[in-house]
Write a protein that binds this ligand. Structure first.
Ligand code: ME8
Length: 516
């Protein structure tokens, strides 16, 4: 048996200070689509997600909720695990930073950095934002309406003075700049790479990596009173999940370095500057890519708990069904850009592409096969130029989609797939198979066969995006081989195969009341 290539993909691990919303669902969904695509394309995939459970923000949130900190983490982490089920995420692991295996891993990581001489003790005196869990230099701060100091993200900051251990980040300026130069795809999209490069060029200060004014964190080995800064703890999760510190572990051997860390643009600096510097210091290989996607707003407004406009993914799934939710999030916004969520946009996009697009094409074709061809895939006769043309483009679609997926252009992959559905729609309109039933049944069979073949390949290709709808279509057509090696002309539909009575796959949605 040939060895399948490995592919390791990670999401950020989410803070348990808040219940999951559409933004969290979005990042993990993008990873899920990529993970499913890679599995169908023959890769051995490790897809990791989880929760980030330490730090001052979590400690304060638990206190505010009046719940013991660990119990609070358990409750909220559970909600993220429920979201993974509701969204049908295919993650291979769900890691929590309060697990014992993680504590062991990150303490080992710390010891390696210490032994190699990259950690020293001093005092941190500077600005800190609990909401961002980030240290900010004076020059980065903004002024609020009342003259108060704010982080560049708009989060409040406070002055902190406490004994702290530091990581010699300033040693890594040149190595990081060299990394960005020699591996230009290390940060994607390209515009984000420029942002990271200019941050590093602006000069790096050493990074405080321990806190001593509260307790909720992984203890610094051998240093009573210090817990690790939550970001060194959090980033190391990517190593813990594959067996670190045991570098002989089968998973570690297979999956490190990671192929892609998917993140939102808010946490790019941590992944594209601090993380590679930590790894360089520890002498570990670097991940291949950090992809920073954009930010969702809700009907033009920033999504925030205080504005009360958080989009609840559970409610969306309840209202529109999972296929539509997954489709919309991946289709609506060019991946990497910011996007605005609106119910109207949701309904319009889903109706045009799903109910009226692919759904209608499948329903019309399969109903005709069911009624006019004894519910069997018909026998094609000689192919016309139009038949050949549409078959050639569907046979090439797998390669087109693969190219987009490799660059995380999910929207373009989907656009290419749905352009083929539209081409199928045009073909059916021009060929008018319903008229051929009486005039030329042999030609009707050829047209319907061609259409079924288009639908077969479209159904295989939409599996990563809408696994449920794809499975329904593939089941109706009785297709067994659903992996990407079944794409193209080699595994065409077998004439004579019985199909199931076709059922609608995508419902049509009503516009929201105030918009109708
Ligand atoms: O930053 N639009 O966790 P977090 C798009 N624990 N994506 C959004 C979003 C929005 N409006 N809101 C959130 C942390 N996200 C750390 C990560 S990793 C080692 C540690 C997504 O709970 C996006 O992926 O604040 C963003 O980067 C992430 O949630 C932040 O999640």
């Amino acid at each position: 048996m040939t060895k399948r290539p490995a592919y390791y993909i990670t999401t950020p691990i989410y803070y348990v200070n808040d219940v999951p919303h559409i933004g969290h669902a979005y990042t993990t969904l993008a990873c899920d689509v990529l993970a499913r695509f890679k599995r169908l394309d023959g890769y051995n995939v490790m897809f990791l997600t989880g929760t980030d459970e330490h730090g001052q923000k979590i400690e304060q949130s638990a206190e505010k909720a009046g719940v013991a900190t660990q119990a609070y983490c358990d409750q909220v982490s559970e909600r993220f695990q429920e979201l993974a089920k509701a969204m049908n995420f295919s993650n291979d692991q769900f890691i929590r930073t309060t697990e014992e295996r993680h504590k062991k891993s990150v303490q080992h990581f710390w010891n390696v950095l210490q032994d190699k001489g990259f950690i020293y003790e001093d005092t941190y005196a500077g600005w800190y934002s609990v909401r961002d869990e980030a240290f900010y230099a004076e020059k980065e701060l903004l002024e609020g309406e009342g003259g108060e100091k704010l982080a560049p993200t708009g989060a409040p900051v406070e002055w902190v003075e406490e004994p702290s251990f530091f990581f010699k980040l300033s040693n890594f300026e040149d190595q990081l700049l060299k990394l960005y130069e020699t591996q230009p795809d290390f940060v994607m999209p390209k515009s984000r790479m420029n942002e990271v490069r200019s941050f590093v060029k602006g000069g790096l200060e050493d990074l405080s990596i321990s806190r001593s004014s509260f307790q909720w964190g992984v203890p610094v080995p051998g240093q009573d009173g210090h817990v690790m800064y939550v970001w060194i703890d959090a980033l190391a999760n990517y190593l813990t999940a594959i067996g670190y510190p045991d570098q002989a572990d089968e998973l570690y051997q297979k999956f490190w370095p990671a192929n892609i860390h998917m993140v939102g643009k808010d946490i790019l600096r941590f992944h594209a500057v601090y993380w590679p510097a930590f790894l360089m210091a520890a002498g570990l290989p670097l991940p291949e890519r950090v992809f920073a996607h954009g930010w969702w707003t809700n009907e033009g407004q920033k999504i925030s708990k205080s504005l009360g406009n958080v989009i609840d993914p559970f409610e969306l799934i309840e209202t529109y069904g999972l296929d539509a939710v997954r489709f919309f999030l991946m289709r609506e916004v060019p991946f990497g850009n910011d996007g605005d969520f609106s119910r109207r946009g949701f309904v319009l996009t889903c109706n045009a592409n799903l109910a009226k697009g692919l759904g209608n094409l499948a329903q019309r074709t399969l109903s005709m096969v069911y009624k006019n061809c004894d519910a069997q895939i018909p026998n094609p006769g000689e192919l016309s130029n139009e038949d050949k043309k549409i078959l050639v483009s569907i046979d090439n679609l797998g390669d087109v989609v693969r190219g987009h997926m490799d660059r995380q252009e999910f929207h373009l992959a989907i656009e290419a797939i749905f352009a083929q559905a539209a081409a199928g729609d045009k073909y059916i309109t021009v060929q008018e198979p319903w008229k051929l039933r009486k005039t030329d049944p042999a030609r009707m069979n050829t047209v319907l066969y061609t259409l079924c073949e288009v639908i077969r390949q479209l159904a295989i290709l939409i599996q990563p995006i809408m696994p449920d709808a794809a499975a329904k279509l593939l089941d109706m057509l009785k297709i067994k081989n659903r992996t990407f090696d079944a794409l193209g002309p080699e595994q065409r539909l077998q004439p004579g195969t019985s199909i199931d009575k076709p059922e609608g796959i995508f419902p049509q949605f009503e516009l929201p009341a105030e918009e109708a």
